[in-house]
Design a protein around this ligand. Structure first.
Ligand code: GLN
Length: 525
């Protein structure tokens, strides 16, 4: 899957939609993304650069498209599903130092492209999949993408009919001229052809319907069969894209071109039921999301989607209100939060916007609004409670105030000797044992759960008794280390904080139970 003309056309959504359809036809499918930047992974990028950092169960910090892959297919991705230029180069340079290429000049072609090809084929070679969809990040023609595009060319030769290239481009609509324009698509296909790649399928992203004769014209100019030129028109929900792709037979075209049977239909029963709920919901649930990146559409992607899924299963439309934590003050908090049925306090790093989170949490606690703190949001719940209920006025996290007299949130012991920033947090899935009868245990209907993590700081256990006596219960703990994973205020309607990130494991067909529980509480209020 390559992309042309501009970025952000939704290669990830198209890849995920195709995977969703193939899976619904009974195939075993995975999707991987190759990102043409030098960072080893996106873990060190801030959300302004790259949106949310998605965390896989095996503890890899990855591109947010992997979140779409999991949400659309229920598959579990891993380190192998997201590879960057940085990782490719690092491996090749390490091999060079080891002497694996002894005597040879190490070059982009063949050494870097060989390493890319090895990675592209790695998941397929496990034998676990019938299809591996490989999304090449960036846009064809970018300097950064060239080694990847060259590897695609080589792979097409190597794999022959066992591979095909889907190219996603943009057909802009010029409002002044009232016309759709195909030229950028022609140009971007030319760029592919110049490097020796003939796309088999063209998916055209568009705001308006592209007439059949225009599609035929594109087919003709681009050497693609007319039925393999399909449109991807803007839709009100990304979850409708698989259906739109099926209506235009994307799955069938792919199967036919690969010489596989095209009879039968994908079983989209449960998916369609989700869409039916989404479309028929009349009442609205209003959730406030407090964070410092709320102005960025993609910064809290997985949380937005998990909330949306939960609202849909509760037969509600989600009205998600972004509340910038830096703008919350004791004077305006009333007017900002008054109309919310529930409030989520987002994950994050660093001091900026932190006081606004405390102010919001105090207001929510005192007004008994269903409140969900995730990771830093949970840590803020603990700090706010320490300051305003335990009377520890200077309580803080040592992340924000290294010499605070009351470090109720503190650096994890295992983190103290770590100086490298990349990939060194406590990452990925860990067990969490829940106290029977707690809101969290009721939500999951289980006393042992596994969720994903991404943090360096933790609840300081030496304050646990003081918190529990005052009312904040530590109801979730790691069974091996005792690390506090979940806190809650049992006397409140729903006031729960999780050190882990339940949003990463919430999918369309399996919404995360704790989001559902939060949503029900918000609706009940
Ligand atoms: N900054 C906090 C920590 O490192 C929380 C991280 C997060 O919210 N993902 O522990």
């Amino acid at each position: 899957m390559t992309g042309g003309v501009v970025s952000s056309l939704g290669k990830g959504i198209i890849s995920a939609s195709l995977a969703c359809l193939l899976k619904a036809r009974g195939y075993r499918v995975t999707i991987q993304k190759f990102d043409p930047y030098i960072n080893i992974d996106p873990g060190t990028l801030n959300p302004y650069e790259h949106g949310e950092c998605y965390v896989t169960a095996d503890g890899t910090e990855t591109d947010l498209d992997l979140g779409h892959y999991e949400r659309f297919t229920d598959m579990r991705t891993s380190r192998a599903n997201n590879v960057t230029t940085g990782r490719i180069f690092k491996t090749v340079i390490e091999k060079e130092r080891r002497g694996d290429y002894l005597g040879k000049t190490v070059q982009i072609v063949p050494h870097i492209t060989d390493e890319i090809r090895r990675n592209v084929k790695a998941l397929g070679n496990t034998g676990d999949y019938d299809f591996v969809i490989t999304e090449i990040g960036g846009t064809v023609g970018d300097i950064e993408s060239q080694p990847f595009i060259e590897s695609v060319r080589q792979l097409r030769w190597e794999l022959g009919d066992d591979s095909l290239c889907i190219h996603l481009t943009y057909v802009p609509y010029l409002h002044a001229a009232k016309e759709l324009k195909t030229k950028p698509t022609q140009h971007s296909v030319k760029v592919l052809q110049e490097v020796g790649i003939q796309p088999d399928v063209l998916v055209l992203r568009t705001e308006k319907d592209i007439p059949a004769d225009m599609r035929r014209k594109i087919a003709q100019f681009c050497n693609v069969s007319p039925d393999a030129v399909i449109q991807s028109k803007d839709l009100p929900s990304i979850y409708k894209v698989p259906i739109a792709m099926h209506e235009q037979k994307l799955d069938e075209i792919v199967l036919r071109k690969m010489g596989l049977p095209t009879d039968g239909e994908p079983d989209m029963h449960a998916w369609n039921e989700f869409l039916r709920k989404m479309d028929s919901a009349e009442q609205t649930v209003r959730i406030g999301l407090v964070g410092k990146y709320v102005e960025l559409q993609d910064a809290y992607k997985s949380i937005n989607e998990a909330l949306f899924q939960a609202a849909t299963y509760c037969d509600r439309k989600l009205d998600l209100v972004s509340i910038h934590s830096e703008k919350i003050t004791p004077e305006n908090v009333d007017s900002l939060l008054e109309g919310m049925d529930g409030v989520v306090v987002a994950p994050g790093f660093g001091q900026r916007g932190i006081e606004g989170k405390f102010t919001a949490l105090r207001w929510c606690r005192e007004h008994d609004v269903p409140t969900f703190g995730i990771c830093l949001g949970m840590q803020c719940m603990v700090i706010e409670y320490a300051r305003n209920v335990l009377g520890l006025a200077d309580a803080n996290s040592t992340e924000m105030h290294p010499t605070t007299p009351h470090p109720v949130i503190d650096l994890m012991e295992e983190q103290k000797s770590i100086s490298n920033m990349g990939g060194t947090m406590r990452l990925g899935e860990y067990d969490c044992e829940l106290r029977p009868g707690s809101k969290a245990a009721e939500a999951y209907g289980a006393n042992m759960v596994r969720e994903r993590h991404r943090h360096r700081f933790e609840f300081n256990d030496s304050y646990r008794e003081a918190f529990e006596q005052a009312g904040m219960q530590c109801v979730g703990r790691n069974p091996r280390t005792g690390l506090v994973e979940v806190v809650e205020l049992p006397e409140k309607r729903w006031y729960v904080g999780t050190q882990y990130h339940p949003e990463y494991s919430s999918t369309v067909l399996r919404p995360n139970p704790i989001f559902l529980s939060f949503m029900r509480a918000a609706i009940a209020r």
